[in-house]
Each structure stands twice: as C-alpha cells, then as structure tokens.
Write a protein that binds this ligand. Structure first.
Ligand code: MN
Length: 153
C-alpha cells in the first residue's frame, strides 16, 4: 500500500508533459452527421466527424456509412489510413489489384500514397470508422469516381 502511494506521489510531482487539456470528450450529442459530397462519393453516404486531428494524435477520426451501392471515389492518403469496419459488409480495392471483401470486425490499413477506394457492396450496407493520418494539414488526395463497371467488376 505504501509503495502504491509513493509511486502516485512521484507521478504527480512529474506533472503532465503537455500543457493541453488532459482529457477531451467529444460528446455523441455534439456531433452532426452529414451527407457526403457527390464529388467525392457515389451513392448515399453519411459522414460523422468524430474527433479532429491534433498534434498529439496526428489523424482525424470519422464514422462513415455507405448504403448499398455507395463508395468513395478513387483516392490516396499521404500518411495512410486505418479503417475499422463496425457494421455490415463492403468492398475495398487498390488500383491494379482484385477487389476484396471486408466485414464488421475487420481492420484495414491503406499504405501512404496507394490509390484505392472503399464502400458498401451492391447489396449490403457498410459502416467504418476511418483514422486518416495528416501531412501538412491534409489527409486525402481525391481522384476520379469509381464507375459502375469498376465497382461491380
Ligand atoms: Mn481511403
């Protein structure tokens, strides 16, 4: 017991290494879902920004819901992107490779700079949390839309 108290006192004396707020809570009720832009997505897609990027975490965090048939345009991420599939089933594809199936519970890493898309399947919804890593104030470079032919290939 004494040992525990001594350690706690030592940690307290060291203080926090950062001046920023120690704990930040993004309350569910404070966030708004929005329809994703038709310039960067095909079909009906809802985007909910969950947590902004900052100097400590280095990435934005967003919840994205793709209704059946919906997908991103082709794009890449300068520092990569991690997707945590939270619901449903969908497809992901790297340019030049086969389309791949993903489902709830899968976690997907896209390496920096690779051209890819992600979305629902033609018949199922897919929802993911996206951690998009920042470089010089941006985390994505958009390209052309994924055609129906590419999507269904
Ligand atoms: Mn991506």
């Amino acid at each position: 017991m004494k040992k525990t108290i001594a350690i706690a006192a030592t940690l307290s004396a060291l203080g926090s290494p950062v001046a920023a707020e120690g704990i930040i809570i993004s309350e569910n009720s404070s966030r708004k879902s929005m329809l994703a832009s038709k310039e960067q997505f095909t079909g009906t897609v809802f985007v909910e920004p969950m947590f902004d990027a900052n100097e400590q975490n280095g990435h934005s965090t967003g919840l994205v819901t793709f209704t059946p048939g919906a997908r991103t345009a082709w794009h890449s991420h300068p520092r990569g992107q991690l997707l945590i599939i939270t619901e449903g089933a969908g497809w992901v594809q790297e340019d030049g490779a086969e389309k791949r199936n993903v489902k709830a519970g899968d976690v997907v890493w896209f390496a920096p700079g690779i051209r890819h898309w992600h979305g629902a399947t033609d018949t199922t919804l897919m929802r993911h949390i996206a951690l998009s890593y920042m470089e010089n104030g941006t985390n994505v470079a958009w390209s052309d839309q994924v055609t129906d032919e590419q999507f269904l290939d």
